[in-house]
Structure formats: structure tokens, C-alpha cells
Design a protein around this ligand. Sequence first.
Ligand code: SF4
Length: 509
Amino acid sequence: MDSARQKMNIDGYLYPQADELTKAVGEAMALQAIPACPGHAILEAPLHGNTIVVRNRTLSGPLRVVTEIEIHTAASEPQHWEEVSPAAKADEGPLGAARRLAQLNIFALLQKITGRTPGPWGILRGVRPTKLAHRFFDQGLAVGDVITRMQDYYGVTGAKAELVADIALRQRSFHLTGDVAKKTVSIYIGIPFCPSRCLYCSFPSNVLPADRGKVEAFLEALELDIKAAAAEIDRYGLTVQTVYIGGGTPTALAADDFERLLTLTRRAFISPLTREFTVEAGRPDTIDDAKISAMQRAGVTRVSVNPQTMQEKTLKLIGRRHSVHDIILVLEKIRSAGNPIINMDIIVGLPGEDEGILADTMDQITGLSPDNLTVHTLAIKKGSLLKSDQEGFDLPGEGAAARMLAIADSCARKQGMVPYYLYRQKYMADNLENVGYALPGRECLYNIQIIDERQTIIGIGPAAATKAVDPGDWRLTSSYMPKDLSTYINHLDKFLDRRRELLARLMES
Ligand code: SF4
């Protein structure tokens, strides 16, 4: 009967109950990009297009949710739809279960009404699906049960449930527990400069100032920040497991400043127990012989070069000032200097690219034999140049990003790599994900720790987050450095105090 009804677009929704399920209803609607509409919209349906009224009620013992949707259109009498959820699970709290079940109902109803599936991740909107899989593994579930739960609980497709369970299982050998976990941290240092702004970037990055005074003021603040973090590490007798210098583009700094940063970092944090020292050297045009030598002297073990595409035309379009040849040359130089594990990043779904072009990029990447490859899906984020002029670009059609992701996955696996971390972002093409692949034994530990949130990470530099993780229950508390560069430089003390208090609460508990 449902399939006989005509599929339709929904322009807005109304949830008149305004109760503890309101937020969950809004999130389920957001997956289909359906906005809330004002109360009078239903009376004015002809003006507002197709609008729906949503109502939920619960059935007790065991808890179920019944969701009713009434569709108001200009052309016909209101239509009525209803979905009864499966029963809540025994290990769920009633409110959490009601929210989840209401979302599953809305997800199912909207697919029937609109004929559209909002991507393969079901009702999940969070950025870290692996954390959910870890929670299930912590309860003692076997892989097969984790896969089934991801599907049943959240409506995730079988393929994505398998992917996330496979990755989470692989990550578990990297997690520490108990006292060792509490006393082991990673360090993130953010350098907020880039040589130019990429088309899709929403990061609070600045083009490197020409004014030497500004750069010097930043470096002085950063030095205070690094020394304050090192003092915390001494105070609590912590081991630094990994260090990651990211951004921005750290190699955008002048060679002397870059070496100063690496020397400070090495002295403050690197010990024989440190397993990894990564530098993001994202743009090939910022890397030269002096910076490669500086990385070697400082003992950097991993370098990330992030071309995003191996197509000249696309590089120009996204605002890069380097060629494909520059990427190849820089990788050769880094390798021949004896330097370390190489990571590369690409993005699927860039303007003007299709499956054939992506396959060509993957062929070229294969020829360069990176140890790690992170495959991002394009996200059109607020604050990016792409978002402000979206119509002006030839973006891939519906389903193309998913096909490109599959091509990249197949190429990475053919190179002997396996997926080892995964995360999602808002506004991703086809509502997909980013996946990191590595040759076995060449995984980036920091990437696992930052996504799984099972290790304390001390954040240094503008916009950096410090995440204090209690290994007793994996509870997370955070403090943030300001995004704005001037605020960071002028009010650093205040933010250092907050970080100190956050770490004290964790370490002295
Ligand atoms: S390199 Fe990264 S941080 Fe810098 S502008 Fe491009 S996307 Fe933004």
C-alpha cells in the first residue's frame, strides 16, 4: 500500500509536542534536510509547500515508540503514516531508547514518503562511529554481534557496519588500559598558517603574515604554551606516546622558524618511550631541503604530504599553487633523505572530478607507494569559499562520491593497505565518511587516539583542544585554545590555567 503512494518532497515539519524527544526529532529531520517550520505553516500549507506534523507516543513493557506523520499538501487531503518501533534493548536507559527509536521510526517513514535514503549511516550523525563499536566490544560482544547491533540500533547498512566493526577490532590492540593509560598522553601542536586558502577549507587558518612581528609574537606564545604543557607532563610523571604537529600547514613557517619549532618540541616531549613524531607537511610548495633536514635532525618519524588530487586542473581549482610534479619531487626528496613513514591524503568528490579521474589519481598515488593513505569525502562546510559559491562549481551528482570512495578503497586494499581509522563530518557528500588506510604495522597511532578518544591528548596552539580521558569509564572532559590568533597571543595565560585545571582534575582524581 505504501509503495502505491506517490513519493514527495517535504518542505518543513512541525513537532507540536515540544518534549524531551524534540531534539531527536529535529536531528532525524536534518538527515533529510527538512527544516522545522513555524506553527502556522500547516494552516498555510499552499504557501509553504508540503509540510508534515509529527507526533510520538510510547508503549510500555517493553518500551516501544509509535510515530505518526500527517502530511499536508495544497493538492490533497492530509495523508496519515505510522511506524511502530522495535522494542528497546534491555541495556538501554528509557530516555535514550525513546530518542533512538523515534529517530529510527522517522528515518523509516521519511524514506517511504520521499523515496530518498540519506546515506549509509542510518540515524548516526556523530563523527565517531567507531566509538559506538568500541562500546559494544567493551560489553563483550563478538564481531558478528557488533555488526548486527550497528544495523539494528542505528539503521547502518551492512557494509558500513562491517567496516566500522573491522576497524574498531583492529584498533583495540592499540588501546591502553588502567594506570598505564592514565599516565600516557599524546601531544597535538596546531600551526594556524597556510600559504593560501583551499576552496573547501573552513579551518580557522591564516595566510602566513608578511609582518615578521606577528609571526614572532605567535612563536613566542607557542613557546610558552609548549613549556607549560611540558611542565604538566613533568608534574604528573606522564609518558608522551605520540606527538603530532598539524594545522594549518606547519611547513608554511620559514625554515628557521620551523626548525625552532621542531627543536622546542623535541626537547619538551620526545623521550625513548615516544613511539611517533608526525609532521603535517600538507602543501608540497612549503617543503624544501632545509625543512626536510630539520625534520631528520629532530627525529620526525612520519611526514604527511596531502595533495588531495593528482590532477593539475583540480589543484588550480582548489587554490593550490603547486603542480602534480611538485608532489612527486617532494616525496622523492623526503624519501631519499632517509625520512620516515609517508602519509598522503586525497579527497573524493572535488569539483569537476568523476570516477575515471579519481581512478587516475589513485593509479598515480599507487605509483608513489605511500605507507598511509587517508581518503576524505568532500564536505561543503560553512565558512568555506566553496559553500559561499556552491552553484559556481561542477560538483559530482548523487551517488558519485560513494562510487569514488569504493574505487579508492579497492586501490588501497590492492596496495596491501587496510582501513584503520574512520570518522565523519557534517555536510559530507552522500553523507559518507573519511577512512584512513595503512600498510600493516605502519598505522598512525595518533590518528587512532584522536578519533577513539581513549587517551588524553594535550592540545597546544590556536584552536587546539585538550581532551582529558578517564580510562575508568572513558569519560571525556575538554578545554580549548581560542581560534582567533590575537586572542591566543594576548590571553594565553587564561587558557593555560583552564588546561592546567582540566589536567589536575583528571590526574589528581
Ligand atoms: S591546507 Fe588545510 S588548513 Fe590550509 S587552507 Fe588548505 S584545507 Fe585549510
